[in-house]
Design a protein around this ligand. Structure first.
Ligand code: ADP
Ligand code: CDP
Length: 413
């Protein structure tokens, strides 16, 4: 909900610069300081937002806007992610577009972009400085024959940062799925424009529902890229005569590149379904031998949370939040080990693998925040939680530690 005392809407801009900037829109001044730096003169500032409710058409519209705003003539603008509360305090997701030059071209291009979206395009927000330097937002609905109608004009005043990041309440429906049905229904809505969605659903529907674990232990290895999951899971497989599985499973991995370019809602639903397919493989395999799994639900949830929650680690949902709870209808492993290494060691290992040798400093900074959020989300997972393993020592030593923990938790094998 908008922060207490907000009499209109609240805006939270994301991106470089301030982490979460909140503004209240109100008919009269609240006496709070004016956000003077919001539109740097002689620049102009605009907003475009679509409903943040978990709907496939809205998610695709957001993605379309994002792609168009990366093209010309918007190259000279700074485009920031924007979360805002619209009518009836419903969360909206979109973009704040800052044009440092402030000519008429950007506004014309934005109008054209919106008109190109077909019927009922989202309104265009235009920010204007008032006579005394105060800031106003005008919300324009685009009409036929090049016309537009003013829907709303309101004063922009600074607001306090809300106690919860605005994306937190919607996470469970927009990115972190807690049931097969929830993920399935999203992918089902995509069959008309993603042919692979039908193939994924066919595989899911062939799996027995509510798979039960066999008598052998099931161990999941989690961690960021290059923390040593492949190395450790291979070694466990050899040491314990275990079957090695991974999520997403081989049968859907050829479709990853298709779903990876889709909006969060669709992409995360695909990975969630992958976990249910793996669950049925685990159920079968664990009647015959120990099973080791390279990534599972904790990866799907932790990456989804970390990408949806912009800004600093403190913006993550608080500990014990419902997003950190294991889905009730997904087979639970006996033990989940989280491999962690220092950022420096992780980069050494990435480079050793011949990937990403050079990175811009700013990107590294963004990556570092992202990495921290993924790791912290992993650590907050519950029921089952992740047990952390320092994976910085040698391969042999890491394997010894992991085998010791498996014996301790799963008894003699
Ligand atoms: N304990 C370790 N010490 C040093 N290098 C390691 C260790 N474990 C893995 N590596 C190396 O680090 C790189 C990433 O490991 P990998 O197992 O592929 O990680 P992941 O599967 O988590 O991405 C590989 O080149 C691997 O050989
Ligand atoms: N169970 C899983 C596995 C991967 N993923 C996604 O896939 C990405 C990493 O997968 P990957 O196979 O490249 O990882 P590595 O094997 O390189 O460590 C993450 O960014 C997640 O977004 C997921 O959501 N759920």
């Amino acid at each position: 909900a908008p922060p207490a005392g907000a009499s209109g809407q609240c805006f939270a801009a994301e991106g470089p610069g301030p982490d979460l900037v909140c503004f209240t829109l109100s008919a009269s001044s609240s006496g709070r300081p004016e956000p003077r730096c919001f539109v740097p003169a002689p620049g102009r500032c605009y907003s475009l937002c679509v409903p943040a409710a978990p709907s496939v058409p809205a998610a695709r519209l957001h993605r379309r806007l994002q792609q168009r705003l990366r093209q010309e003539p918007f190259g000279r603008c700074q485009v920031l992610g924007l979360l805002c509360y619209g009518a009836q305090a419903a969360l909206e997701k979109g973009f704040l577009i800052q044009d440092p030059q402030g000519g008429p071209e950007t506004e014309r291009a934005l109008e054209e972009l919106l008109r190109g979206l077909g019927e009922l395009p989202p309104p265009l927000g235009v920010y204007e400085a008032g006579e005394r330097g105060e800031l106003w937002q005008c919300l324009w609905a685009l009409r036929g024959a090049g016309g537009r109608e003013l829907l709303h004009r309101a004063r922009v005043v600074a607001a306090e940062e809300p106690p919860l990041h605005p994306a937190v309440p919607g996470l469970r429906h927009a990115a972190v799925f807690h049931s097969l049905e929830a993920a399935r229904s999203v992918v089902e809505q995509c069959t008309s424009f993603i042919p692979e969605a039908t193939a994924v659903l066919d595989l899911v529907d062939k799996c027995p529902k509510h798979s039960k674990k066999g008598e052998f232990p099931v161990i999941v290895i989690e961690g960021l890229d290059a923390t040593g999951k492949t190395t450790v899971t291979q070694s466990i497989k050899n040491s314990l005569n275990a079957l090695l599985l991974r999520s997403p499973p081989a049968c859907v991995s050829q479709w990853r590149k298709t779903f990876d370019v889709e909006p969060t809602l669709i992409r995360r639903a695909f990975y969630a379904l992958g976990n249910y397919i793996v669950a049925s493989e685990i159920a079968k395999a664990s009647t015959e031998s120990p099973v080791v799994v390279d990534r599972y639900w904790h990866s799907t949830a932790a990456y989804a949370i970390a990408t949806e929650i912009s800004g600093k680690v403190q913006n993550l949902p608080p500990t014990h939040h419902e997003v950190y709870q294991w889905p009730e209808d997904l087979l639970k492993p006996d033990l989940v080990l989280l491999l962690t290494v220092s950022p420096e060691e992780r980069i050494r290992r990435l480079q050793g693998r011949g990937l990403e040798k050079t990175e811009e400093e700013t990107e590294l900074e963004a990556n570092s925040l992202f990495r921290q959020k993924v790791e912290e989300s992993y650590k907050r997972m519950e029921n089952p939680g992740c047990q952390e393993v320092d994976a910085s020592p040698s391969r042999e030593e890491v394997l010894r530690t992991v085998l010791y923990l498996i014996k301790k938790h799963c008894g003699s094998l």
